[in-house]
Design a protein around this ligand. Sequence first.
Ligand SMILES: [Zn+2]
Length: 417
Amino acid sequence: MLIKTLLNKVERFKSFVYGAICVQLVGGVEALVIDIEPRRNSRPLCPECGKRGSVYDRQPQRLFEYLPVWTFKCYYRYAPRRVDCPSCGVKVEALPWGYGKERMTFSYQVFLARWAKRLSWKETADIFETSWDTVFRAVKFVVDYGLACRDLDGVTEIGVDEIKVFKGHKYLTMVYQLNAGVRRLLWCGPERRAKTLLRFFHEFGKERSAQIKFVCSDMWGPYLKVIAKKAPQALNILDRFHIMRAFSEAIDQIRRDEVKQFKANGQENVLERGRWLLLKRPENLSEKQTARLGELLKLNLASIKGYLLREDFQRFWAYQRPDFAGKFLDNWVTRALQTDLEPMKKVARMLRSHKPLILNWFKAKGQLSSGAVEGLNLKAKLTMRKAYGFKTLKCLEIALYHELGKLPEPDYHHRFC
Ligand SMILES: [Zn+2]
C-alpha cells in the first residue's frame, strides 16, 4: 500500500490508477511489477488527433520499465486499449508514461539520460544493468524532445567551427550560440563544406539568420562565403583562437619536416619531445620546460624561427585601434614572407588575404568573448573522449547535443536524480 502512496506522490496519471504490486521474475530476474488500470469510465486518447474515443478492444499486457527501486528493476504492467477514433480509425491509445513500442517509460528515459550526462554511456549501462543501446535510446529521446521544444529566439552571436572526429578521418561542423549566459551548441552536421553550413542556415530560418550580429569563424573559405551570403548584416570575425590555431598547425608542420630532415641526415633529434614546448605559450611552461626551451632557442632551427614568429605575432592582439593593428599585420606578413618557412608563409598569405575580417576582431572588442568557441570545443572533445562506443556520426551528434545543447527536458515535477 505504501508503495502506491509513494508512486502517486511521484507520478500521478489523471485517467489511470495503480493496481496490484507484486515481485515476480522478469527475464529470469526478480523485479517489482506494478499493475496499471484505466480509471472507471475513462475513455482512451487517440495518439494522432489527441481526442478521446470509445474503446475498440484491448491488447495483451505489456511491461514498461520504470526507475529501479532499491536494486530491483521495476515495471509498469498495462494492457493498452485500442481507441475507435471517428477521424483516425482504430489506433493504440496514447499513454502518459510511454510511447509506441518503446519498452521504457518516459521517466526512466529521462533518468538514464541524466546519468549519461555525468558518466559515459557505457558506465551508465553497467550501473543500471542495461544495454548501451538502451542508454542511447534514452538519450536520443531526451535530445529529440529538447530540440523540438528549445527556444531559438535572441540568437545574435554565433561561432562556426569544425572538429575532427574518428581519428581525424572525418569532420563535424559545429555552430555555437555565443551570447553571454546562453552559450550552447545550436547545430552540428557532418563534413565541413559549404553545403553543410548552408543546411544550418536553412534549418535556422531566414528570419532568425537576419537577427545575427556577430559570427566568429576560422579562415575556411567555404564557411566565409556561406556566412557572407546568408547573414550579410553580421560582422564576420576571424577570432584570436582560430588564428592562433593556424599558427600552431604551421609550427607543428615545420617541426615534423625538421625531424624528418634530422633522421634523413643521421643527425641527433634535438627536437625530441619538443612538441609542447613549441606549441604552448611561454607563460604556461614549467621551470624545467622553460630551461629546455632556452637551450633550443640558441640553436638555429627552423622550428625555433617559426616559434619566434608566432610569439612576435601575439603583440597584434594588444592593439586598441584597428588601423595600428593593420599596420602591424602588414609588417609581420612582410617579415614572414622573407623567411624560408613555407608553412609560416602560408599563414602569412592567409592573414593578408583575410585582413578586413581579422580587423573586425578589434571592431567587436569587448562585445564578444574570444574564448567562448575554444571553451565549447574543449567540451565537445571531452564528450568524444567519453564517447566510447560511438560508432556513427549520428550517435556522436546526439551525444554532443545532449552535453552542449542546454536543451530543455521533459517536465516532471519530481526530480529523480
Ligand atoms: Zn484521432
